[in-house]
Design a protein around this ligand. Structure first.
Ligand code: PLP
Length: 472
């Protein structure tokens, strides 16, 4: 494709993109295709000859689009959001066009310095400790792995990197509600999943600090080396908030690394009324949240902050001759701030989003989502045939249909699963589920960039209607 054709098709695509965003509500939220339906339409091998863009784009519309689940549909109430916004998309277009590989400062000084400054803005916006340092990672999973590896190296005086494990028997602690990315990081970091200790939660699904303290003391008595605690602000099932201050105190008493996983809920820290979530943050060592979830910034963009920048860099540092530059002593070379060498220019879209909305614009979106969830919570409470199964802390509601008190758990679970499947097959909304104390839970987050009251009202009416018709 020459530049003349690139220009022509790019203009066509921009029109398509704007139309898509304008008409996204005309698509079924959850893709309705069957397994292999897309695969069976794709040729077994790549074409020998060049194909024209018109044909490729027609196939995109005919074959690919039916297999897309529309995360930017305002009635996307599933999982956690992976939001975008027009300024973020424009930033991504420029990032794709520049296609810079931002591994060291000289491979694009603007990328490195913009990242440094945008992370500093975020730190101020969220009221994180001002002497911490920030870096953009691809995902929270990667950031948590980086935290565990840094903790492992710092406690071992960077010897495990060099000699491998010798006789350390490390222990990691988190609540039973912690995200699966922690289990994965523990496996990859060589700690062993047997050494991930899951601490019980209270009635709000938050970690119980007394049980954490006991587990650590018991482990020390048994010859283990407690290494790190992961506290979650906004657990995946229910957005429970672990008590950071109390956990931080335990970590300080035993000299443990405290990593805070605020992948989803971190964005809400832009609100003064939510800052209580980080009471005690100065006792933590690292913190991650995803602008790619609830801050209208395209996936992927995960903001990782550390108290001890040196521990992070020393964990990952590697200095082959071909990567040395004259500025190494005076600039930030982010290649050693995480796992991959190569890095996308992710700061650009974040810069566009923050400037385009302003802090107040971001605050008002998040506050609006929390208000919509608060209003729906009241409606669910007012309906005797539904019950909430977890307290609401942000914009997520966990509930189930309970038409008769004498139904067994199995009957209720089956009925609620049928309700969920029927709702999602309607194409009108998409919600997901979780299980709490063995109960099947309808889990609905209200956080898509453009969601408003009419979407939530329609969803609630459909949920009530579907539940009633499946029960009768
Ligand atoms: C609490 C929590 N932590 C971590 C993650 C993993 O996020 P990522 O996909 O950025 O690795 C999630 C994903 O939803 C999450 O809910």
């Amino acid at each position: 494709m020459d530049n003349k054709n690139f220009r022509k098709h790019a203009h066509e695509l921009v029109d398509w993109m704007a139309d898509y965003l304008e008409n996204v509500e005309s698509y079924p939220v959850k893709s309705q295709v069957a397994p292999k339906e897309i695969l069976n339409q794709l040729p077994d091998s790549a074409p020998q000859q060049s194909e024209d863009f018109k044909t490729i784009f027609e196939d995109f519309q005919d074959i690919i689009m039916p297999g897309i689940t529309h995360w930017q549909h305002p009635s996307f109430f599933a999982y956690f959001p992976a939001n975008t916004s027009p300024p973020s998309i424009l930033g991504e277009m420029l990032t794709a066009t520049l296609a810079s590989q931002c591994m060291v400062w000289q491979t694009s000084p603007a990328a490195a310095e913009l990242e440094e400054q945008v992370m500093s803005w975020l730190k101020q916006m969220l009221s994180l400790p001002q002497n911490w340092s920030g870096v953009i990672q691809d995902t929270a999973s990667t950031a948590t792995l980086a935290a565990l590896l840094s903790a492992r190296e710092k406690i071992s005086d960077y010897t495990i990197n060099k000699h491998g494990f010798t006789k350390q028997k490390f222990r990691i602690y988190c609540s039973s509600e912690t995200h699966s990315s922690i289990d994965k990081a523990v496996k990859i970091a060589g700690i062993g999943s047997d050494n991930l200790v899951k601490i019980d939660v209270d009635s709000s699904f938050a970690l119980i600090p007394e049980q954490l303290a006991k587990a650590i003391t018991d482990d020390i008595a048994s010859g283990y080396t407690p290494l790190c605690v992961i506290a979650t602000l906004g657990t995946t099932s229910t957005t429970a908030i672990d008590p950071l201050d109390a956990i931080g105190e335990i970590c300080q008493n035993h000299n443990l690394w405290l990593h805070v996983d605020a992948a989803f809920a971190g964005s809400a820290l832009v609100l003064d009324e939510m800052k209580w979530m980080i009471d005690g943050i100065e006792k933590a060592d690292s913190f991650v949240f995803n602008p790619h979830k609830w801050m209208m910034t395209n996936f992927d963009c995960s903001a990782y902050f550390v108290k001890d920048e040196e521990a992070l860099v020393k964990t990952f540092e590697i200095m082959p001759e071909y990567l040395k530059t004259n500025e190494d002593d005076t600039v930030k070379n982010y290649r050693d701030w995480g796992i991959p060498l190569g890095r996308r220019f992710r700061a650009l879209k974040l810069w566009f989003v923050i400037r385009s909305y302003g802090i107040e614009g971001i605050q008002s979106k998040i506050r609006h989502h929390i208000k919509l969830a608060t209003d729906l919570e009241a409606q669910i409470q007012a309906d005797p045939q539904f019950e909430l199964l977890a307290p609401r802390s942000l914009n997520l509601l966990c509930f189930r249909f309970l038409p008769k008190r004498n139904m067994s758990t199995d009957e209720l679970n089956k009925l609620n699963q049928e309700i969920l499947e029927s709702l999602n097959a309607s194409g009108k909304l998409f919600i997901t589920h979780t299980k709490l104390h063995g109960n099947y839970v309808l889990r609905m987050q209200i956080g898509q960039t453009e969601v408003n009251k009419s979407h939530v009202d329609s969803a609630w009416h459909l949920i009530q209607k579907t539940a009633a018709s499946l029960h009768s």
